[in-house]
Design a protein around this ligand. Structure first.
Ligand code: KG4
Ligand code: ZN
Length: 341
């Protein structure tokens, strides 16, 4: 039997400092230190994020290793997110991973954050089977909105993407207009459960091909609020649940209609979703309905692996390890990094 592959993975692309240890495709530990400091500002402040990563990284890595019950000498590689993300944040995780790989004299693995979101589907799970190739993945986070054709662990092709805001960004911006705390996505999701999704209608984009746009919806939403508030200054507080349910439905409908078109045009019937917004309950329901009606197979990620986490970096690194795709210590951090084929 071949020796197990233990990998320590580090994720620090935005405002969560996370470290995980994987034994092959199994997650032994996955720790995440959230940074509350950004709530005060209604969004992530890059310099504060870097400082908090700096403070968190050593205790988070120490705890991940301790919880996994392994010794540092068991590790076969150190993986880190090299992009895309905030430069200062990525630098903290990257510098730490490189130093550790050098000190332990083991290979370094450079992982693409968005590919890792998708590959989270291959983390060993007691109830879920991973998707079979090829599959389409609706990758929806705070910085990205893409439909990716995934042909194997290393082949990714973007066949549609947003031309302006990302879906998570749209959730967060609408939430900000409603004076909800940051991040707004989970908050809208929570309040929407109590509201009527058909209460209000917003402008629908008309974008060609498989691309997305959320800027029209954002403007339509702003004008709608301004108009209603002129008539009733308490409009938001009195209707918050219905507003959230209707806004959520509008965002999710944009996503799901393009994914349906992608399945029809490619003929691929295996569908997955990934990224922070894939935790959204309305998105999950609409995807279930789409797949039921059309006979597609749906893969929803486990909740703990939807928002940023190091376990997803670890699983991506596992397949890179098998392909001997190691990175030199000179590997740069890339704040903008494309999901290339
Ligand atoms: O993947 P992620 O953790 O970080 C990035 O790589 O961007 O995604 C964060 C985004 C935020 O915009 C957040 O509001 C959104 O995911 N999000 C949600 C939900 N949970 C997180 N959006 C809608 N509904 C949710 N339940
Ligand atoms: Zn992410």
């Amino acid at each position: 039997m071949s020796k197990a592959i233990y990998i320590l993975a580090i994720e620090s692309s935005c405002d969560d400092t996370s470290a995980a240890v994987l034994k092959d495709t199994e997650v032994l530990s996955n720790l995440i230190a959230n940074q509350q400091v950004h709530e005060l500002y209604g969004g992530v402040v890059p310099e504060l994020a870097s400082r908090a990563h700096q403070k968190n990284i050593i205790p988070v890595v120490q705890q991940a290793v301790a919880k996994a019950g392994i010794q540092l000498r068991d590790l076969r590689a150190i993986a880190f997110t090299s992009g895309p993300g905030l430069l200062g944040s990525l630098l903290v995780g990257g510098a730490f991973a490189k130093s550790m790989a050098l000190a332990l004299d083991i290979p370094l693995i450079s992982v693409h954050h968005m590919r890792a979101h998708i590959l989270a589907h291959f983390i060993k799970h007691p109830q879920q089977e991973p998707p079979t190739f090829p599959f389409l993945c609706l990758t929806v986070s705070g910085g990205h909105t893409q439909i990716v054709k995934v042909s194997d662990y290393h082949q990714f092709e973007i066949i549609g993407q947003t031309i302006d805001d990302a879906a998570g960004e749209a959730f967060d911006k609408l939430a900000k207009m409603l004076n909800l705390p940051y991040p707004g996505g989970p908050e809208i999701d929570r309040l929407a459960k109590l509201g009527n999704p058909s209460a209000f209608e917003f402008a629908k984009p008309n974008i060609p091909n498989l691309d997305f746009s959320f800027s029209g919806l954002k403007t339509s939403f702003l004008y709608f609020l301004q108009k209603e508030m002129r008539q009733d200054p308490n409009f938001i507080t009195e209707n918050i649940n219905d507003i959230c349910a209707s806004a959520q439905k509008a965002i999710v409908s944009i996503l799901v209609s393009k994914l349906k078109k992608a399945a029809q045009t490619t003929g691929i019937q295996s569908i997955a979703t990934a990224g922070g917004v894939s935790a959204n309950s309305e998105l999950r329901q609409q995807l279930q309905a789409l797949c039921r009606q059309n006979g597609y197979t749906l893969h929803l990620p486990a909740f703990e692996f939807t928002t940023d986490n190091a376990a997803m970096i670890g699983i991506a690194a596992h397949y890179q390890f098998l392909a001997q795709d190691f990175a030199p210590l000179t590997t740069p951090i890339e704040a903008r990094k494309e999901v290339k084929v």
